[in-house]
Ligand binder design. Structure first.
Ligand SMILES: [Zn+2]
Ligand SMILES: [Zn+2]
Ligand SMILES: [Zn+2]
Length: 153
C-alpha cells in the first residue's frame, strides 16, 4: 500500500465514521433516484467502456456500466444525459456516490452495501466500524441518528 493509498484509506475511514454527522462536502441522505435493486458488485479494474480510460472511473449503479469522470473524457456525464434515470453512480477514486439529478453526493443506508463492497474491493479488507453500518431496506426500524461519534471500544 502506498502513502497515497494509506491517506485515502484514512479519509474513507473517517467518512464511514462520520456518515451521519456530515463533513466538508455534505452529502444528502434522501435521493429518490437511487435505483432498485441497487448494484451489488463493483468492477474496479475495468476501464471506461467508451474510451478505455483506466483512471477515475465511475460505475452507474443502475446498469453497472463503467465510464470515466468529467475530469477525464466525461463519459459518465454523457451516460446520464442519454439515460436520464441513470443518475446515481459510484466513484472508483474515493468511493463517493453522486447523483446527477440531485447534483449532490449521497449518504444513504441503502448505499452502504455497495460502498462496503467497493471498499473491500479497493483495500482488501472490510471497512472499520462495520458494526455501525446498518443496512436497512425496510420501512421498520429506521433509527434516527443515534450513537454517532461514540468513543471506540
Ligand atoms: Zn438524486
Ligand atoms: Zn471515457
Ligand atoms: Zn446506467
Amino acid at each position: 500500500m502506498t502513502d497515497n493509498d494509506a491517506a485515502l484509506a484514512a479519509e474513507l475511514q473517517a467518512q464511514f465514521d462520520r456518515q451521519d454527522v456530515g463533513f466538508a462536502v455534505e452529502p444528502i441522505t434522501t435521493c429518490p433516484h437511487v435505483p432498485t435493486p441497487i448494484s451489488t458488485h463493483v468492477f474496479l479494474d475495468q476501464a471506461c467502456g467508451a474510451c478505455q480510460e483506466p483512471h477515475e472511473n465511475w460505475q452507474c449503479l443502475t446498469c453497472d456500466t463503467v465510464l470515466c469522470s468529467r475530469y477525464r473524457n466525461g463519459h459518465m456525464v454523457d451516460h446520464f444525459e442519454q439515460a436520464k434515470d441513470h443518475a446515481v453512480c459510484l466513484s472508483y477514486s474515493d468511493l463517493s456516490i453522486w447523483c446527477f439529478q440531485c447534483e449532490s453526493y449521497i449518504a444513504n443506508e441503502r448505499l452502504q452495501g455497495i460502498k462496503e463492497v467497493a471498499y473491500i474491493a479497493k483495500f482488501g479488507e472490510a471497512p472499520p466500524n462495520q458494526s455501525t453500518i446498518k443496512i436497512v431496506d425496510g420501512a421498520s426500524g429506521s433509527g434516527s441518528g443515534s450513537g454517532a461519534g461514540s468513543s471506540s471500544a
